[in-house]
Every structure is written in structure tokens, then in C-alpha cells.
Design a protein around this ligand. Sequence first.
Ligand code: B3K
Ligand code: ZN
Length: 866
Amino acid sequence: MADMLSPTAAVPAVIRRADYRVPDWLVPDIALDFDLDPALTRVRATLSVVRNGDHDRPLRLDGDGLIPLEVKVDGQVLEETQWHLEAGALIVALSSETHSVETLVELAPESNSKLMGLYASGGLLCTQCEAEGFRRITFFPDRPDVLSRYSVYMVADKVRFPVLLANGDPIEQGDLADNRHWARWNDPFPKPCYLFALVAGDLACNADSFVTMSGREVQLGIWVKEVDLPRTGHAMKALKDSMAWDERIYGREYDLDVFNIVAVADFNFGAMENKGLNIFNSRYILADPETATDIDYDGVEGVVAHEYFHNWSGNRVTCRDWFQLSLKEGFTVFRDQNFSADMGSHAVKRIEDVRILRAAQFQEDSGPLAHPIRPESYMEISNFYTATIYNKGAEIIRMMALMLGPERFRAGTDLYFDRHDGEAATCEDFVLAMEEGGQIDLMQFRRWYEQAGTPHVRALLSHDPVSQSVELTVEQMVPPTPGQPDKQPMAIPLRTALFDPATAQHHGDELLMLTEPKQSFTFTGFASAPVLSINRGFSAPVIVETNRSQADLAFLSAHDDDPFARYEAMQQLMVNVLIGRIAGHDVDDAPVIEAVRNTLTDPVLDPAFIAEAIRLPSEAYLGDQMKIVDPDAIHAARDALQQKIGAELEALWRDIHAGTKANGFSLSSAAKGTRKLRNAALHYLVASGAEDGPAIAFAQFGEADNMTERQAALATLANGTSAERVAALDIFYNRYSADALTLDKWFQTQAFAFHPDAVEQIEELGRHKDFTLSNPNRVRSLYGAFAGNQWAFHHKSGKGYRLVADCIIALDKLNPQTAARLVPNLGRWKRFDETRGALMRAELQRILAEPGLSKDVTEQAGKSLE
Ligand code: B3K
Ligand code: ZN
């Protein structure tokens, strides 16, 4: 990697999992004293430190950009010769087994554009510490296996910062002279410093309470700006539902007397599970029908649940080191996915989750940044909050839950929580608890933690009419990934059923365990050839290839009783037509059109499922099926099929659209499903080319009483070049420009749109007066969305690549973490033709040549070039 970098760039150090050592010093207690002010905050920290083991190594307290104004040991001020700084860390030699160490530093939160540590957002002061932000607040051993009890004292101006919050329980507060006031909070649960949080600001509270299963009353608060208070109801409901769900499903009760959530406008990701004081990106708290789509509502519910669930899977049991990140993230995603499924539709939730996995994680797993869910090394841990750690991590837990069944899985999680409560644990600890509590051998299964890459499974069914038996031959192959050229076979659980085409019945669902490179399974009692339904429910995160005909897939798309498999059959039917045509074959699209018609007219299907099933695979997913992605051919083929489905079934689309006109807003699953189907119908109707398409979309845009329908109509119009497009975008802007989250949708809808001048439009939007690099949501809405618009981003001129690279370079100077998130889009150059590949590489090299590039972007761009 060194030779990829410009001669001046420093190569960031590599941290390896194998190098783990227990901490030299522990910190059982810490007292923090904050004198808060956006321009100049003083932080005094008093640490009780205890030598851990028999060694004479000095105390090393991590720091990032901190200058110690004072260092005391056991109350005595040290001379400057008695301590020194090493790579930002404070090094102090200590003679005894225990000491009290005190430091004083000054911070300028208002100039903290990285949004890590203590920073200012919209008049608030707030913190973000995971993964390594605490070292930007005070000197401390910033690693998750150092657990401390925190006592926090804060002083601030009472007018600007009337509310002072921190982790744990409020102890006392009082007034001071000069309009200042103070508050003290204590957190009785020892925690790693990445879970520290404080917030100071002028906030209003949606206050509620929850009685836990043991009868304790917990005070709940969602803190937002006064004007946003009416938009917090959904988040509060989600919080209470999550608390009840975790008691019911996992037997886990909340432990403190208060639970607070604060919404902030400037946040690097979704939310943060700080103990007793979650801090959220406001987009995952605020929702009302005027501004939030159903997807936004579901996002609020899912993220509130996710952060709440971390109280056990993450906080009570935390991670020993950052290589174990999936221990808390994979498990917690699995928990939030199941919660959301229980709150709505299991079938639709599974389809949505698999779509996300395929779009984000499968791409990652087949590119230069592929890594196992428990990585072996990293340069910057912020780069490892990935779809692999989160979403593939959740799939690994899901497979264990499937193999064990609900009771044994629960026995495993009970053992895990009980055994490791209050500890910093490892992925291996989790697997051991599953083995012991669930009575299963997971020796081979552990490879899912070690090997990167999405396994390919080839399943071929052959029927012998004489013996009336079928043989299913299954082969697996795990592709090479960076640093892992050769792979061992995985343990892959495949839920399978064989359908009798005459009766559309099967003899039960079987869990086949694939453990060898190649295996055969024989089934008897089949006079005629059955149809194979495999990887039902997406039981394993693998790519399955079969020898099923279009007729088999059409059959399954109409009859499979596993909703995921039914959806999957439909998708595969569509993929086969599109990929065949892109390869120049004359593939008949009649089975697709018939399957869509049958699905639309099946009286027993749920509208939300129908809307999922009839959707064409995304351009990116089609690209993933090709060795070399051809964005233009994909776009043309998909557009043509969409137009054909639209035109051939035009009457049906019109009927559905007219018959689903909303009658008052509701968040019931039925109402949400109806809106989803209505929007899909509108989409196909406009795609059909019907002359009145844009007018119908424009009418929906104007008449809708909710953002789900309004935004979908806007998105549909944004794809074309109609006069209605311009009018709708203007109306939307004028109506919502004062609301940042809704204005993000205006940027995002245009960034996702298929428009002939997409790249120029993005360029112009980047210069818009409402665009800013200092708000991560805005950056993601424009450049993040655009980079996901395969056809536009991969414009053969390379203009799209240049735009995103320009953004990365400019943003890196302000906020490296968010800048680095954009880099992987440029990294899949091996999958594109030589011209595009060379253009992408050139942009990566241009980025790497930037002087002063962050460790975050250096790691991502460097690895992407390998
Ligand atoms: N644990 C945080 C993510 C922190 C990301 C730091 N780069 C939110 C979550 O996963 O719940
Ligand atoms: Zn999480």
C-alpha cells in the first residue's frame, strides 16, 4: 500500500487483532468537571487508576489534539518534565499500584467540524465518542475494555443551556452567579468511555414513563428543539414498544431510573447508544405525516429500537476490542430486525433487509474493501462500521438462531448475558455461549467470523422417474478476497422444499446443512419432477445459482408458500430476462408480465408484499450479476422492460392507482401497504409512457395528505423531463426549504433520479445556497445518493467520479469520517470496463495525492487501489 501513496503522505499504522494485550492500567472511577462554552470549554478529569498486573509500564492516557494545562498525581501538580506526549497520548510514570491522576484541558466545541468528541450543533453542545472520540475530550485509556464509573459535573450559561444532561441518573442541580447553573449526574454502571455522553442546550422534552417487568418506573425523555416537539410521538412509542419487546423476547429489563434521547441536526451516522443518554441524528427521531415517509417512520422505529437494545447487547455486555464490533452490532441489528418484523410484516421486513444486504454488503464483500465480520486488522476503526459488520453480522446470528430454534437460542443468549454482564466480551464468547446454552457444535460455523466473501452455492436438481427419486447436488465456493486467496468450506444452512407442480404442495420444509465443497441429498417419492425452492427465508447470506427454468420460477412466483422465496422467484425471473437481453439474447418477457399480472390480481396477497414482488431488480443488483458492469445497457434494458410492463398492464395500474386513493392518514400496516402499492402503480403507469402519466403523478403530488405519496410522485416525475417535473420540484422546495430534513429529500430525489443531465444537475446542486458540507445528512442526500445512482454516477465521461472525488477532498478537511464513507463508491473499478476503471483509479490517485489527507480517507482510497 505504501507505493500507492504520494511520497509525502504518512502511512497510517496498522492495528492487528492478534496484538491484543490487556490494559496496563484500569480506571475504576472517573470524575469529570465541565465548564461548558462553545468557544472555550474546560475539562478537568480525575481518574482513579489501578495497575493491572505485574509490570512497570507507565500510565498512557490517549489524547487527540489535547494539550494538558495541568497534570496532577495524588493531588500534586507535576513538573513538565514528569510527563510527556507521545502521538497525542499523555505518558506518566507512576510508582504505586493505585493513584489519582488529574488533568485539565481546553476545547473549542464550536470549531469541531469532525463531529467527534464535544461539538456544537444548532446551538447545542453534544458529544460523540464511539469509537475513539473520548480522547478528543480528555486524556483517558480510550479502549472498550477499560470500564469505569462516571460522575459528571457540568456548569454552563443558564439562558443558552438551560438543560444539562449526562449518562446515568441526575443527582443534583443548582444556580450560580452570572446566570450560570450546574448539574451533577452519576452513572452507577461501569462503562467504557465510548459510551460517555453529555448534552447542554435549550431543549424541550416529550416526557413519558415505562413500568418495567419488575415494576420499576423509568422516566423517559425525548429532547428536541421546542418546535420539533410535535414530531416526537412515533419515537416515544417505538421506545416503549422496544422496552416491552426486549423483556418479552430476551428477558432483558432496563436498569436505570431515567432514559433520555436527544435529537441533533449534525451527526455522522444514525444514532448512538450512550448509556442512559442516546444521542440521535434528528432524522431518526422526528416524524410527522407532512414530512416523513413510511420508510422514515420505519427508520425511526428501527433505530430507536436498535439503540435501546444496545443497553444489553453493547452496554451491559460490551466489546473487548474493536475487532469484536460485530459482537454488539451484528447481534443488535438482528434484534432490531426481529423487533420491526414483529411490529409489522415479517415477510416484507425480510425482503427489505435482504435487499439492503445485497445492495450494500454483497458489493462490499466482492470488492477491495471486503473483510470478515471480525476483521484481522485496521488503520482507522471508523472505516469498519460497515454493512459487513452490521448486516452480514446480523445474518450470522440469524443462522445460529435458525439452527438452534427459538428455545435453544434463548438459552444461549441467557447464558451469554448472564455470564458476561458487566464485562467486555469477544465474538468467541458469544459463540461459546451458543454452543453451551444451545447445545450445538459450531466449530465449522466459526468460519463465518474468519472468512470474507459471499459464498456462491450451485444447486442442481435431477429427477429419476424410475426410482421416483430426486437428487439435489449442492456445491459451494467462497471467492478469494483481499488477504484471503484460499477459502475453507462454510457451514451453510439452507431451508429447502420440493414442490409438486400438479398440486402446488410440498412435503415440508427441510433444513439442509451444507458443510462440504460438494454434497448430494436424495429425496424419494417423486413420480414426477418437483420444483426446487431453496434458501427459503434467505436462510443463509449466499448467492444461489440453480438450474430452474423460467417456467419453474413462474410457478414458484405464484405458489411458493414462503414469501421470501416467492419474491425471490419473481426477481430471478426478471433478472433472467434482463441479463439475457443485455447479453444480446432474445429472451421472452411474457412470463414476467404474466407473473406481475398474477401477483397483482391474487386476492390473498398483502399489498405491501405485492409492491415488493412486482418491483424490478435495481440497476445495481443487475450490475452485480455481470462480470463487467455495463451501466448504459442495464439502464436501457430495465427501462424498456419497465415501459413494457407499464403499457401491457396499463388498465390494472390505473385501477389500482384510482382504487387506493388515500382516505385519511394512518400508520397501520394495511394503510402503509396500500400506499406502497399505490406508488408502485403510479410508477409503472408513468413508465408506460401514457400521455397523462405526468399529470396523474402531479395530481398525486399536489393532493397527497402524506409525504409517502408526495415524495413518491416527485421521484416518479424527477425521472423524466416533463414540465411537471420542474413545477413539482419548485413547489416542494418552496414548501419545505425551512425544514432541513425535508429539504434533504429534495436534494436526494434529484440525486437518485434518472435524468439525461443528471451529472450537471448534481454539480449545480452542489453549488446551491442550501447545500453545505458541514451537515452530514445534506452531504449524504446529495453525493451519497448520487454515488448510488449507478447509471448517472458511472457516466462514461467520468464526470460523476470527478464530482464525488472533489467532494471527498473538500470534505476530508472538515469531516474525515463522513468523507471516507464516500470512497468505496470509487473502489469497484475492477468491475467496470477499462475506460471507466481507469477514470475511477485516476480519481482515487488524485485523492491520495492530496496533502494532509486523513487516516480515514487514506486507508479507504489506498486499499481501493490494490
Ligand atoms: N454504535 C453506533 C455507531 C458508532 C459509529 C462510530 N463511527 C451506533 C449504532 O450502531 O448503534
Ligand atoms: Zn449499533
